[in-house]
Structure formats: structure tokens, C-alpha cells
Design a protein around this ligand. Structure first.
Ligand code: SF4
Length: 203
């Protein structure tokens, strides 16, 4: 007898809101936040998600039903670092339900899954795997000091020419906003990404 294993993932939270960042900012989005991350960015605003063992497992069917019931324009799979898990089953389930699948990742783990849009936010604290670069739809680099600009340029050399390029201020370092504005005036291939959900006071 063949036993089919139910695919589950540790889930920190799911919620329906607006996408706050990048090219899809302002769009109705259902967020699936997977728990677990060992990239350990010092300024991370999701530190409580790092330890996956603190969170319950949810099945792909359950997650698909939750997402579909909200009728969002997009489903954003985020974290944590979602690529710590094989995302094949989850993206298959969402596709079966006619949902548009977006990923937000640091690229620190090997590629898996099938996505309509990939937001790549590389971090120097754990370097990206090569498998991410050809998948990138938008590059989003968080700027917390001036040395981050050279990291951003280095990463931009590796992505498809069609990918959009965003610089995003680190929320706790407001001075980075002026640094980015000045940088974009000199380097017009870059755009500004703001965490608009934080300005709006929504999740
Ligand atoms: Fe936090 Fe994302 Fe960095 Fe992980 S990769 S530590 S979730 S900002």
C-alpha cells in the first residue's frame, strides 16, 4: 500500500493585508509566513520567527483553503527564510486553486517551488545560493549603511536584465532614506522601496 505523506510547514502567521514593499506595493495580498531562519540579520523585524520549533505545522490544503477564502490578488510566501523548506507542494496547491504565487527570500538556500514573482533580498550575513539569481523578478536590497550600496551593485550584476532593482531603507536607521534618495539621483537604474505598511500602521 502506498501511503501519501501530507506535506506540512511550520507557520508563524497567515494574514490578509496589502503588500507593503516593492513593485506590488498596495496590492491585496495573503501572506504565509514560514517560521525558521538562520540568516540572523541584526536588524531583522521578524526575530520571533527564527526558531521554527515554536510554531505549529499546517498542511498545504489548510494553507490553500485559507488563502483562497480571502480572494487576494497575490499570495506572498515569506518568512523567516522560506527556502529552508521544499516549497514544491505548497506552490502546487496554490496554483491548483488559481492563486498567483509570490516569494520573498534571501536566497540563502537552494531553489524549490514554482512562482509567478520572486523578490530577492540578499544578505551579507549568509550568502545567496547561485540557484536564485536566474529566478529573480525584483532585487530588493536593504540599506543600513553606505557600504550596503556596493553589496547592492554586486548583486545587481548577477540578476536577469529584466529584473527591477530596489533600495529599501532599514526602518531603524531613518538616515538611510536620504542616502538612498541621493544614490538613486546618481544611479537611475535603482528605485526606492518603502515599507508602506509600517507607515500605514497595518501588518
Ligand atoms: Fe530576518 Fe529575513 Fe534576515 Fe531572516 S533573512 S534574519 S527573516 S530579515
Amino acid at each position: 500500500m502506498v501511503v501519501t505523506q501530507v506535506q506540512t510547514y511550520p507557520i508563524a502567521e497567515t494574514f490578509h493585508s496589502l503588500q507593503g514593499e516593492g513593485a506590488w506595493a498596495g496590492t491585496s495580498a495573503f501572506f504565509i509566513r514560514l517560521a525558521g531562519c538562520d540568516v540572523h540579520c541584526p536588524w531583522c523585524d521578524q526575530k520571533e520567527t527564527w526558531n521554527a520549533r515554536r510554531y505549529p505545522l499546517q498542511s498545504v490544503t489548510e494553507l490553500g483553503e485559507l488563502a483562497q477564502s480571502c480572494q487576494p490578488a497575490i499570495v506572498v510566501i515569506t518568512g523567516g527564510e522560506p527556502l529552508m523548506y521544499d516549497l514544491t507542494a505548497l506552490t502546487k496547491e496554490l496554483k491548483k486553486r488559481g492563486l498567483r504565487r509570490h516569494l520573498e527570500t534571501s536566497g540563502a538556500y537552494d531553489w524549490s517551488g514554482d512562482f509567478d514573482w520572486v523578490t530577492f533580498s540578499p544578505k551579507t550575513y549568509k550568502l545567496p545560493k547561485l540557484s536564485i539569481y536566474e529566478k529573480v523578478s525584483e532585487l530588493k536590497v536593504v540599506i543600513s549603511n553606505t557600504t550596503d550600496f556596493s553589496w547592492a551593485e554586486q548583486q545587481a550584476l548577477c540578476i536577469p536584465s529584466t529584473a527591477l532593482q530596489y533600495l529599501q531603507p532599514e526602518w531603524n536607521y531613518p538616515e538611510s532614506q536620504a542616502l538612498i534618495v541621493n544614490y538613486i539621483l546618481q544611479h537611475p537604474q535603482w528605485r526606492l522601496s518603502l515599507q508602506s505598511h509600517k507607515f500605514l500602521g497595518v501588518r
